[in-house]
Design a protein around this ligand. Structure first.
Ligand SMILES: CC(C)(COP(=O)(O)OP(=O)(O)OC[C@H]1O[C@@H](n2cnc3c(N)ncnc32)[C@H](O)[C@@H]1OP(=O)(O)O)[C@@H](O)C(=O)NCCC(=O)NCCS
Length: 215
């Protein structure tokens, strides 16, 4: 029997995470948000609490990450770890994961996500609705594949990088760390760390600092 889970975040992504957990039979007991104005609100009929509420229940309640922003998600995972709160992964019942694939701690796989043979998906990653991680792909920690994004066989997505809705990375192509790939882009050449790239074919359009801000 899994422990009850609170979902960190109270926005749209958190709702989808909660829904996936409920469908797998996990008891979701509420949402956690750092905005005190949201405390006492209800999302999907469940209450929103502050972090102090969760910390007091660290021995009884796990947390799942319902935060889309990669860097904020990583910070909150660290905060929860330091408070001794267990991290729950999320695998929607309609996600498909190959027996030979590996999926890291706290990673979220949404409906119709596919993780194919020998793929390695790091911790804290989001593989969103209908996104595909093909065979032999490596996805770094706290990366995000938006709905419908595809990493073709042997490609790679660096830590903290994001693929926009419907973006495609062709086979054996690597996207660096901290990079943002725009919606519907087709990435047919390697992309470096910390850039924004979009278009068909995808081209680097601007540079980011390693913290995700524009230089
Ligand atoms: C690529 C992206 C990050 C660029 O954001 P940005 O740097 O703020 O860029 P802007 O919105 O200022 O647009 C700059 C130019 O690029 C164009 N552009 C933006 N995104 C584009 C895309 N995905 N493909 C093609 N052109 C795009 C804009 O139309 C604009 O063109 P213009 O200068 O001729 O008017 C963003 O548009 C995007 O695609 N984000 C992904 C969103 C997503 O998938 N979210 C899913 C969450 S689950």
């Amino acid at each position: 029997m899994s422990r009850p889970v609170a979902v960190y975040g109270a926005g749209g992504h958190a709702k989808v995470v909660a829904d996936a957990l409920l469908l797998t039979g996990v008891e979701v007991i509420g949402f956690i948000d750092d905005d005190p104005a949201l405390e006492g609100d209800r999302v999907l009929t469940l209450p929103v609490h502050g972090f102090a509420w969760l910390r007091e229940r660290a021995r009884d309640v796990d947390v799942a990450m319902g935060i889309g922003d990669n860097r904020v998600r990583a910070l909150l995972v660290r905060r929860c770890r330091e408070a001794g709160i267990g991290l729950a992964g999320v695998v929607h019942p309609a996600a498909v994961v190959a027996a030979s694939a590996s999926v890291g701690e706290g990673t979220v796989l949404m409906a119709r996500a596919v993780i194919n043979a020998d793929a390695v998906v790091g911790p804290g990653v989001i593989v969103n609705t209908s996104a595909v991680v093909e065979h032999d792909v490596v996805v770094g920690e706290f990366a995000h594949l938006s709905p419908g994004a595809v990493l073709a066989g042997g490609s790679a997505l660096g830590a903290f990088s994001s693929l926009g809705v419907g973006a495609v990375v062709l086979d054996d192509i690597a996207v660096g760390a901290g990079t943002i790939v725009g919606a519907n882009a087709v990435v047919n050449r390697h992309l470096p760390d910390d850039v924004v790239a979009y278009g068909v074919p995808a081209r680097v359009r601007r540079q980011l600092t390693p913290t995700g801000a524009t230089e």
